[in-house]
Design a protein around this ligand. Structure first.
Ligand SMILES: NC(=O)C1=CN([C@@H]2O[C@H](COP(=O)(O)OP(=O)(O)OC[C@H]3O[C@@H](n4cnc5c(N)ncnc54)[C@H](O)[C@@H]3O)[C@@H](O)[C@H]2O)C=CC1
Ligand SMILES: O=C(CO)COP(=O)(O)O
Length: 322
């Protein structure tokens, strides 16, 4: 299967960064957003100042304000926010039929509780699903800083090779479920870790949160059909560590603001906010103990102080560490 040309749908920070990575890997890239002005900016100036300021985009990237040219691509990368993926897929389902589609949003769908690949399967059942996830800030990828990610799907090696460049290293993997869950759940835990920092609970508390988040995530991934081994990799502990310890993460910054009692304006997309109630509902449905996801939901709902949320966690019955 030819993998020379790629259409990236979603010209936000992540879509633009992945377009840059693909172009640096030698691919011809069409980048599809919704704004004619942005398409003109990309074509005339090779920049996306709104979503990825300060980066010169590779000349192999062309900007588009609709999906017309996407049909000609050998494979597609979907990079819109998790709650928008269904809209995009349903707007042009034939576009995805029979093609490799790399899903890169990190979130679970409201109401349906579906993962991104389940949404794809429901709208375009013949599409070939792949999931790209791991510790990777858009600005780092666009700047050509060394980044390694997981690319999960059936026989993912050729696709990994098509996206690999001197500074972008995808590792092929099989476990779509585990990779998707890890990418979605780490955003919820990043909100919690940010709040721990914002409320000045200390570095010990933050490390404890991270370790218990990993244990909780392992329970959920296993119960939902993923492999706990996936969590030892880039999409698991790699991304959890990055997002739970760096102010570059919008989810962490959102948690930080919540912990400080500040407003959330200007932080941008924090996928964990939409995914937190979905993760809670999934855990409850499967009778999985997920106190940290419950705690983050309490925090997001407002009305409960951080100190009483923490007191509730600390007063849970003592147990063996599993
Ligand atoms: N920014 C980053 O460093 C990374 C982001 N991601 C994931 O990538 C996804 C997208 O995030 P970003 O690009 O950072 O967000 P962003 O806010 O920079 O861009 C989102 C883009 O999606 C477009 N969009 C929104 N709703 C749409 C709709 N209904 N139809 C079509 N387009 C729509 C917006 O116009 C915007 O261009 C998220 O799930 C995020 O978790 C994953 C790894 C790194
Ligand atoms: O997923 C990311 C890094 O791997 C980006 O994190 P944020 O969406 O929290 O900024």
């Amino acid at each position: 299967m030819a993998l020379e040309t790629v259409a990236v749908i979603g010209a936000g920070a992540w879509g633009t960064a992945l377009a840059q990575a693909a172009a640096m890997a030698g691919r011809q890239v069409s980048l599809h957003g919704r704004s004619p002005d942005l398409a003109s900016e990309i074509n005339a100036f090779h920049t996306n100042e709104r979503h990825l300021p300060g980066h010169a985009l590779h000349p192999a990237i062309t900007g588009h304000a609709d999906l017309d040219a996407a049909g000609a691509a050998d494979f597609i990368i979907l990079a819109v926010p998790a709650q928008a993926s269904r809209d995009v897929l349903e707007s042009e389902p034939k576009l995805f039929a029979g093609k490799p589609v790399v899903l890169s949003a990190k979130g679970l769908e409201h109401d349906t509780l579906l993962r991104q690949s389940e949404i794809l399967a429901s709208v375009a059942p013949t599409a070939l699903p792949y999931v790209l996830s791991g510790p990777s800030f858009a600005a780092d990828v666009a700047a050509g800083r060394p980044t390694a990610v997981t690319l999960a799907g059936a026989d993912a090696e050729p696709l990994a090779a098509a996206l690999a460049g001197p500074t972008f290293r995808p590792y092929a993997a099989d476990d779509i479920i585990g990779v998707e869950l890890a990418g979605s759940l780490k955003n919820v835990y990043a909100l919690g870790c940010g709040a721990v920092e914002g409320a000045d609970l200390g570095a010990s508390a933050r490390a404890a949160f991270l370790a218990r988040a990993y244990a909780e995530m392992s329970r959920l991934v296993s119960a939902l059909g993923g492999s706990p081994t996936t969590l030892t990799g880039l999409a698991g502990i790699g991304d959890l560590t990055l997002s739970c310890t760096s102010v570059q993460s919008r989810n962490y910054r959102t948690g930080l603001a919540l912990g400080r009692g500040e407003t959330l304006e200007g932080i941008g997309l924090a996928e964990g906010v939409a995914t937190a109630p979905v993760a809670r509902d999934l855990a409850r449905k499967l009778h999985i103990d997920a106190p940290l996801i419950e705690a983050v939901n309490l925090l997001l709902a407002g009305g409960t102080s951080i100190s009483s949320i923490v007191a509730g966690l600390m007063a849970r019955p003592l147990k063996r560490e599993t």
